[in-house]
Design a protein around this ligand. Sequence first.
Ligand code: ZN
Length: 483
Amino acid sequence: MMTALKLLLGLLIALLLFVAVLAVRTLCTGKKEAIYTPSEDQERIAAYGEKLSRMVRYETVSYRDAPDVEKFRGFHALLAELFPRVFAELEKIEIDGNLMMKWKGTDDTLAPIMIISHQDVVPAEGEWTHDPFSGEIVDGKLYGRGAGDIKNGVFSFYQAVEELLAEGYRPRCDVYLGSSCTEEIGGDGAPKMCRWLQERNIRLFMLCDEGGSIIEDPIAGVKGSFAAIGIFEKGYGDMRFIARSNGGHSSTPPRNTPIARLAKFEAEVERRSPFKVRFSEAVDGMFRNLAPYASSFGLKLVMVNLPLLRPLVKKLLPMISAEAAAMLQTTIAFTMQKGSDGYNVIPQEAWVTGNLRYIPHQGLEESNRIITELAAKYDIETEWVTGNDYSRSLDLNGEPYRMTLACIGKIFPQLGVMPYVVTGGTDSRFFDPVCDACVRFTPTAVDADQLGRMHGIDENISVNVLPGAVDYYKCLIRMQEER
Ligand SMILES: [Zn+2]
């Protein structure tokens, strides 16, 4: 009896000590505020807004089945008009409508950097309040398809180089500006640019592309403005799951018809994901960085003590947030489904498609094997359609990441920073063969409404965020002098 009591007492003391450690660690983490301050330089804002407006007015929709190289060449001509110094002094390389500008550096021994953003946009469907290709500026917001995704990026780095040239600046390393015209259709523009570099044995020191931007209130319980820096990109896969039978009449239905089997399979995947949950450096870094900004003690305690509480958080997080879950594991979403063609016909073949997003700790091959084996349990065949694996991860202890942080700190001194996992797809994934360090971050600020309108109706960007973005790219190019 005494020993049991002693054991219980010992456990209680250990638990109290553990809680005390968590609390002390939390209390030792200071409170910070993350603030973004837009520009007040009305002259710059007006001039930049006008240039970006003209870029938006030029329609650059890309279509999968109808490549229109001439349309993009027309856009290049507009860029040449808006950024005359860039086109006069940099070498122009055009590959089937994809544009690269090469700015020769003074030191041949240094690996170049490349800044990219695509020039194409998705079609503008639905009823817009502001014509999608008018480039209208109303109450400080520039409306139009591509204003947010991602002509603001193209504008910002072209303008940065234009201004550096006007100052007589020469970069130390070669600087490439790249812009594919096929990003929105997952086309071969970026791979072609990558091949061009490969053929010349050019390895990049760093590549900067879209991915994250400056966002507000990134997760529930954390308020403020943060630079969301994409550390890696998940892989992408389309699969088809097929259930077969001998058909039969629906008046005498057998058990386990194809549709029922598919439904059981889908329900199991949704009830209990077959993919492993694991914290990556990016997700750890995200919570570590966000901890000082947490509004409640409880949330802060969890974030600060993540290494100690990981088993618990691993279980809870996927239940709380789909976004968070997507950063911790491979995901699958069922997207299209088909059975027979008649109300009264049991299908001989029914299928459902699944869209997978692969995480580095369970890549394309392993994830496909897991889902194939699970499907087989329900007598379902699997067919691979298309896809690619996850991208390489940016080293959070490396020089390119340090430079990114340094420029953010200089241009946006009160901004918070958070590394994160890009769950969509960008052009930068194609550059893995020539670059170890892809920074997926555009230095323009967007609020939640603007973020939701990319690819949607009334896409827009605030024009007072443009000067900061231009300054950021100027800083990044100048920072190469420190290498
Ligand atoms: Zn984009």
